[in-house]
Design a protein around this ligand. Structure first.
Ligand SMILES: [Zn+2]
Ligand SMILES: [Zn+2]
Length: 399
């Protein structure tokens, strides 16, 4: 009996929070354990889908949070991969920190490494260690089972040059050059992949300017951020398909992300990476082979091949009933966290197929079932004609 009571005490001690053991006066309210949002997605082409944000900022450039904070936030918002991509040439918080710590840094009172956008590196050059944000993110990411990808954002005039993320870099400190094309080349020499960020930002078009033509022409660009936060450059789908570039969606978060996404009932803007495993090698390979889908606000964007398989593996179809006149009742079940906005071709009727729910359609004898999935995008023609995924089931296939 004594043994049993010792055992019970041991079990109670084991399941009690450590702090409660220390302080019996504290009570613990329910729901104290933080929950990670899980976006349930199908396999596509036999690959797992990993959720990645390849573009966020920290207070090491002009973001409001730490690198470790970015990792924690991304984890609880359901991401698997994060690249901290602080600006190489624009780091206003550094100036503030230099001011705040000037007593300790008598040697640096004249440091000019604050906002050198549009300017050549001067005699002071870039004094900061630009590898720190990645180093600060790497371990916390590993502990959460996430993958941190080393990266930076090359940041020049938004219209004349634009912004470029260098991902999978080896050393952030040897990328800068006054010539932006040379900066990109320096990153490529390290084996980096280059993503052209927000090509329409602070411009009147997403079309290419002279600089873009030069760097795309040189083969320096590997992917395009077709969605930045909530702004979607649909014309860029064609550019990616024509030039074999990966399509990405990223938050470009500077502040915290909660109030923009999950606070409003959405998963966070991210890139779906189709990879065998969660490793730098496998994720990089997926980007090189353009095995990505862009996700933002319930929209999924990519090549028709990948988007079609994504839909087919997300939505299960079965015939629930066939009437004596041969009319079929077809049930669609959505097995994923992404709602599907369907519009049936025949009557133009719309139907929202919510996550983990079913809806049914009636199909007359020998009639095909054809509809458009309005939130799956495969081309860039005028909305809504021809832009979205078309799905057609032949009567003979409706089983
Ligand atoms: Zn940018
Ligand atoms: Zn940015």
């Amino acid at each position: 009996m004594k043994r049993l009571s010792i055992l019970i005490v041991a079990i109670v001690m084991a399941v009690m929070p450590l702090s409660a053991q220390k302080n019996p006066d504290l009570r613990y309210l329910p729901k104290q354990v933080p929950q990670r949002a899980e976006m349930i997605l199908p396999q596509v082409k036999g690959y797992n889908i990993y959720k990645a944000d390849f573009h966020v900022h920290t207070f090491y450039s002009d973001g409001d949070v730490s690198a470790k904070g970015r990792v924690t936030e991304a984890y609880y918002e359901g991401l698997d991969i994060i690249a901290i991509t602080d600006h190489v040439e624009y780091r206003p918080y550094e100036q503030k920190m230099l001011r705040a710590t000037q007593g300790y840094h008598k040697v640096l009172p004249t440091a000019k490494n604050y906002n050198i956008t549009h300017k050549a590196a001067d005699a002071n050059g870039i004094l900061a260690d630009l590898n720190v944000p990645y180093e600060e993110a790497k371990k916390p990411a590993e502990r959460l089972g996430m993958l941190a990808v080393p990266g930076v954002e090359i940041t020049r005039h938004p219209d004349k040059v634009g912004h470029y993320n260098a991902l999978f870099i080896k050393d952030a400190n040897t990328i800068y050059d006054p010539d932006p094309a040379q900066s990109i080349r320096n990153a490529k020499k390290q084996g980096a992949l280059i993503m052209h960020n927000h090509p329409g930002w602070k411009r009147k078009t997403v079309d290419m300017n002279e600089f873009h033509q030069q760097v795309y022409g040189e083969g320096l660009i590997d992917g395009v951020e077709i969605v930045n936060g909530g702004s979607f450059g649909s014309k860029l789908i064609k550019r990616c398909l024509d030039n074999k570039l990966f399509m990405a969606a990223a938050t470009d978060a500077h502040s915290t992300t909660h109030y923009i996404y999950d606070g409003r009932g959405y998963f966070r803007t991210c890139t779906f990476v189709l990879a065998k495993e969660l490793s730098l090698k496998a994720v990089k390979e997926a980007l090189v082979k353009d095995r990505t889908l862009a996700y933002a606000y319930d929209n999924v964007i990519g090549s028709e091949e990948l988007v079609r398989e994504f839909f087919n593996n997300s939505v299960k179809m079965n015939v629930a009933y066939t009437s004596s006149k041969g009319e079929k009742t077809i049930v669609f079940t959505n097995m994923t966290s992404i709602p599907m906005r369907l519009r049936r071709a025949a009557k133009g009727e719309g139907a929202l197929l919510n996550p983990f729910q079913s809806i049914s359609f009636k199909v007359a004898k020998d009639k095909d079932l054809t509809f458009t999935v309005l939130n799956l995008w495969t081309a860039d023609e005028e909305h809504p004609k021809g832009m979205n995924l078309k799905v057609a089931y032949k009567a003979k296939d409706l089983k």
